[in-house]
Design a protein around this ligand. Structure first.
Ligand code: ADP
Ligand SMILES: N[C@@H](CCOP(=O)(O)O)C(=O)O
Length: 322
């Protein structure tokens, strides 16, 4: 589990008091997630989700709060973000911004259960998000753009940080990094940036919530599409029925511009590189032991990268039916 900051019950009570809540009846750490420290909190007859943001600036948190507010007002399925007693969307705790969300009911599904029908629903949400982006006025560059990924890869040279699998993958990572220096420009707007299976909750076959907007930023829509196809449409290999359903769901909510179609293969490769590198980084560099940080297998993203390289742009367009 990711539990970077351990809070006592008294500390949690002090934080939630600033959000106008009484002392919690119950608190439970959330074992999933790799980036932040998260707690489920029951207080005043309601359930909440408390996130202690790790490694974030106030600007990062304020941007995410604007995204949450804009989408909530647009009735996009995001959990409600609560404001503190001073009107800020966070309360500082030990120098880290703590945010309080309403609990989002719904069930996470396994990747294996995310067949074409679910992928279509995910594509609909992504298309709707990108459509709504036209009215969103805040700016944030992608914090996971090429320079950050380049820094992570540099840490692995020349020996893969002592990991033989990483060492063997380094030439491919370096090659992809060099390609990423020339990513194509394409229509941009608000993107989620992390539309993985564990960030979507379901009630029956309907999406109940889209979670975890901390990686949201303004970047090409092609990047978000690439992230989503990588996440939802690869099981033992890429699955064309899933990918086509996702694209068709997207198109039912928003026109897919030709410039995005032209750019999506390159951005999907970048997305696969970025998550391969961030997973290696998280595992190799985290100060936490395995008991407090879930192992997300970076090799599953290396495999996507290799598959994308092997299929080429023509194969990717065929996969997506574009
Ligand atoms: N508002 C919420 N209500 C209920 N569960 C949530 C909420 N936000 C996140 N979660 C749960 O917590 C898990 C970890 O959250 P996540 O945001 O992915 O962690 P991290 O901040 O480390 O990336 C999610 O997979 C989801 O199951
Ligand atoms: N979704 C990414 C990285 C972040 O994971 P999260 O569970 O903390 O949102 C991955 O799976 O690598």
């Amino acid at each position: 589990m990711a539990l970077y900051t351990v809070l006592t019950p008294e500390e949690i009570a002090a934080v939630v008091r600033r959000f106008g809540l009484p002392a919690p009846d119950r608190v439970k750490p959330e074992p999933k997630g790799a980036v932040n420290t998260n707690y489920h909190v029951w207080a005043g007859g309601e359930r909440y989700f408390l996130r202690i943001n790790e490694g974030k600036t106030e600007a990062d948190v304020r941007f995410e709060a604007e995204v949450q507010r804009y989408l909530f007002d647009a009735r996009f399925p995001v959990p409600h973000l609560h404001l503190a007693d001073d009107g800020r969307p966070f309360v500082p705790f030990a120098g880290k911004p703590a945010m309080l969300f309403s609990y989002a009911p719904g069930e996470e599904i396994a990747l294996g259960a995310a067949g074409p029908d679910r992928c279509r629903r995910v594509g609909e949400q992504l298309g709707r998000l990108h459509d709504l982006s036209a009215g969103f006025t805040h700016e944030r560059a992608n914090p996971y753009a090429v320079p950050r990924v380049a820094g992570w890869i540099a840490e692995l040279r020349p020996e893969g940080d002592g990991d033989a699998d990483v060492k063997a993958a380094l030439p491919v990572l370096e090659d992809e990094l060099a390609r990423a220096a020339a990513l194509p420009g394409a229509p941009r707007g608000l993107v989620h940036g992390d539309l993985f299976v564990d960030n979507v909750l379901w009630v029956g076959d309907r999406v109940s919530f889209v979670l975890d907007w901390e990686m949201s930023c303004v970047d090409p829509f092609a990047y978000d599409l690439g992230v989503a196809v990588n996440a939802w449409c690869y099981v033992h290999g890429y699955d064309s029925a899933r990918a086509r359903a996702l694209v068709s769901g997207y198109r039912s909510k928003r026109r897919l511009e030709p410039e995005t179609v032209d750019a999506v293969y390159a951005w999907a490769r970048y997305a696969a590189l970025r998550f391969t590198a961030s997973r290696i980084h998280a595992f190799h560099r985290a100060a936490l032991g395995e008991d407090r940080l879930a192992w997300k297998d970076w090799r599953r993203y290396r495999d996507r990268l290799l598959a994308l390289r092997a299929m080429g742009e023509g194969g990717y367009r065929e996969l997506l039916g574009l």
